[in-house]
Every structure is written in C-alpha cells, then in structure tokens.
Design a binder for this molecule. Structure first.
Ligand SMILES: [Zn+2]
Length: 200
C-alpha cells in the first residue's frame, strides 16, 4: 500500500481534477497511462514488462474509504485521503489514485508492483517488513529517476536511502499499527479500468 510518506499526494486542483482519469490523455492535473509508462520505462522497463507478463489490472480510483470496528463495538468509516495506491495480489489488481501527477503516479505504480511481485505476507510483522522493503526500493527508484526525496529524512546526507528512518516511520505509524480498532472493510470510489500498458 502506498500511503502518505510513500508518495506525497497533491490535492486535486479545481473541478477539472474530477473529470481527469488515468485513461484520458489531455489532462494536466491527472496522470495518463502513456506518460506514466514512459517515466517508469526510462529507468526500469522490467516493471512495465512485469505488468504485461503478469496481466496486472491497473485501476484508477477517485478515493477510498476504510471501515473500522473499535474495541467498544462502534463502527466508523473514514475516507483515506492519503492513499495513493493499493495492491490486491490474489486478483492481480493495482489501484492508483487518479488525481496525481504523472511523476507521483509512476512512483506509486512502481511501489505497488514491488508489493505485487512479492508473495502474500502471512503475519503482521512480515507485512510491515514488506512495506519497509518496498519503500526502500521505491526511494532507490526515485533516486534513479532524479526525483526529489519522497519525504524529509528518507535520504541520508550523501543522497542514499535512509532505511533506518523509513523503518522507524512504519513501525511507529498508527495506520500500519492500529490500536483499539480493527479494519473490517475497504471500498473504493470512482474506479476506472485503464488500458494501453501493453503492446496489443
Ligand atoms: Zn506499500
């Protein structure tokens, strides 16, 4: 999963953001398949090949909502505004928020493919380690791409990935370590199938 700290998400600008999806090509406030593909292929063409060979379904979403059950029985649903992307390994689905720029969407897709190509984690600790590993790889991708650090602290003074910093962020994150509540569901809004990732 790619939450804030994996790829900072920009707020949609104006009304146009709603009309722009991953499938459109003439939209400035949202990513396009063509541009995201081009960015990733510049440094990591094997990721695009893996999308095609693995028949991964890339879906653009407007937003997502998590449903939580608290220890006192109360159920609450919250929009996860910081969610940039998500991976479902079983059905081979990757979801990418549509209101992001091409560069952010490329980084998010790289991140989610990092999850997709790993086996399903079986314990919470395994899941957390996977998120840390994928974030480190994503930051290495960002360095290859000449992108700025994803977050302050993600890189050391000599421009390398600061794994210890990322590790501490995840291990202390309330989202990844919920207390007093349990996630019981998630739904996505504004799902759109995207095409054009692979040669016909
Ligand atoms: Zn992730």
């Amino acid at each position: 999963m790619c939450l804030s700290g994996c790829t900072p998400r920009e707020k949609p600008k104006g009304k146009s953001a709603k009309k722009c999806g991953g499938t459109t090509t003439n939209c400035s406030s949202s990513w396009t398949v063509e541009d995201v593909k081009k960015i990733i292929a510049k440094t990591d063409p094997q990721v695009i090949e893996a999308i095609c060979n693995g028949k991964i379904n890339i879906i653009s979403i407007e937003t997502a909502h998590d449903k939580w059950r608290y220890n006192d029985g109360r159920v609450e649903e919250n929009e996860i505004k910081g969610l940039a992307g998500n991976t479902k390994k079983g059905p081979k689905e990757i979801r990418i928020r549509e209101s992001m720029k091409n560069e952010q969407a490329a980084k998010t897709l790289f991140h989610e493919m990092g999850h997709m190509t790993r086996p399903q984690s079986t314990t919470r600790d395994e899941g957390l380690k996977e998120e840390i590993d994928v974030r480190v790889e994503t930051e290495e991708f960002a360095i290859r791409q000449g992108m700025l650090p994803t977050r302050k602290g993600y890189r050391t003074a000599d421009g390398k990935v600061d794994r210890t910093f990322i590790e501490n962020k995840i291990l202390k994150s309330k989202h990844y370590n919920p207390k007093g509540r349990r996630r019981i569901g998630r739904r996505y809004a504004g799902e759109k199938h995207t095409a054009g990732w692979c040669p016909p």
